[in-house]
Design a binder for this molecule. Structure first.
Ligand SMILES: Cc1ncc(COP(=O)(O)O)c(C=O)c1O
Length: 375
């Protein structure tokens, strides 16, 4: 059997990771400013993470959600404390799309309504509801396409108000920072207006923090920079540092009913051990403060780079919009300077390094970018 060829691949195979670096089989080192697509939060191969998952595997790797799991309770407790949302509840699942799917379902169950307001250029995942709320017709199959989702431009209060005021919407879903779109930030006035509109119109505010959450922005959640409290928050990527685990954080006003949500793998013992190890390292190593500090240092250094049209982002979620297409520049960064970066569209380099990135790694990146851009 061969692989179903849906991913355009770089011809490189990392076989080992340590901190902010990856290594191929020849021992060649690569600086990771992509974080495996914002997934690597505490760094590759963190000893505490390796030990905690290993110990758990030796005891019990999996049992079903039909029995009590004190690991799930510990995780909910710690996540509530570190995120500043101890009054929320947690539903555990395994991917970002699944988290958004359940968030939308919950909003719909609670309100009895079926429409969702999403925003231009949004990406929420590839399962049915999540992809319908994703503004990319190329990945929406005819089966997924639905008139239940409507789009408005980001940061356009009047457009959002015109839709929400019909009273037909169960939710508005917005990314904490739009990632795939090119690191686009919702403005504070817009998010405050959206919060008020949702409340006034009987809709729930869902903030998708799958990419921007878990400390990446320099606060636990990117929306916390804007001072609003959503009804539902979704998390994944950095939550497990590579172990597939995701969550839906649910405000106290929702009533749980047995059987309304469910999953086989969500919140299994290994996933909880991974997610607990991540939170323990984030707390002990002050990685959220580090993301804020290193983000400021990084953007300060990048500002002086030639060819930069605009710098956007918060913390260690940074978009560098260049005047020219970035494909060749990223290829040179990877193959000649051994640096992994991400991209959004044709002109934006997307930086999503591990949250333990230090000044040395930032300096290495800036040096590589300067040399790669000046050929
Ligand atoms: C903002 C956002 N939401 C949802 C998803 C989907 O997550 P997953 O690929 O884990 O389903 C992504 C993935 O890139 C994302 O960036």
């Amino acid at each position: 059997m061969k692989l179903f060829d849906v991913y355009p691949l770089w011809d490189i195979e990392p076989v080992r990771g340590e901190g902010c670096y990856l290594y191929d089989k020849n021992g060649q080192r690569y600086l990771d400013f992509y974080g495996g697509h914002a997934v690597i939060s505490i760094g590759h191969g963190h000893p505490h993470y390796v030990q905690r998952i290993g110990e758990q595997l030796g005891r019990l790797g999996f049992y079903s959600n039909a029995v009590r799991s004190s690991l799930q309770e510990q995780l909910a407790d710690k996540l509530g404390r570190l995120s500043g949302l101890p009054h929320f509840s947690l539903f555990l699942c395994s991917s970002g799309a699944e988290a958004n799917e359940n968030a939308i379902k919950l909003a719909s169950f609670d309100t009895g309504k079926k429409k969702v307001l999403a925003f231009r250029n949004a990406f929420h995942g590839r399962t049915s509801g999540a992809v319908a709320a994703t503004d990319n017709p190329k990945i929406v199959s005819p089966f997924n396409a639905t008139s239940n989702v409507e789009f408005a431009p980001l940061n356009d209060t009047a457009a959002a108000a015109a839709k929400l005021r019909t009273g037909e919407f169960c939710a508005a879903i917005v990314e904490g920072i739009q990632g795939v779109a090119g690191i686009l930030l919702p403005s504070a006035p817009f998010i405050h207006d959206l919060r008020e509109l949702c409340t006034a119109c009987g809709a729930h505010l869902i903030v998708d923090e799958v990419q921007s959450g878990y400390g990446r922005s320099g606060k636990f959640f990117a929306h916390q920079w804007l001072g609003v409290e959503p009804d539902i928050i979704t998390v994944a990527k950095g939550m497990g540092n590579g172990f597939p685990v995701a969550g839906v954080l649910i405000a106290p006003r929702f009533k749980a009913v047995h059987g309304m949500l469910g999953t086989t793998f969500g919140g299994n013992h290994l996933a909880c051990a991974a997610a607990l190890a991540v939170l323990e390292v984030i707390e002990k190593d002050h990685l959220i403060d580090n993301a804020a500090d290193m983000g400021a240092y990084l953007t300060d250094r990048l500002r002086r780079l030639q060819g930069v049209k605009e710098l956007r982002g918060r913390g260690l979620m940074v978009g560098i919009e260049m005047s020219e297409p970035v494909g060749e520049l990223r290829r040179r960064l990877l193959f000649e300077h051994k640096v992994f970066t991400g991209a959004s569209g044709t002109h934006v380099i997307r930086l999503l390094p591990p949250l333990c990135t230090g000044k040395q790694q930032v300096d290495e990146l800036v040096e590589a970018l300067t040399r790669a851009a000046n050929v």
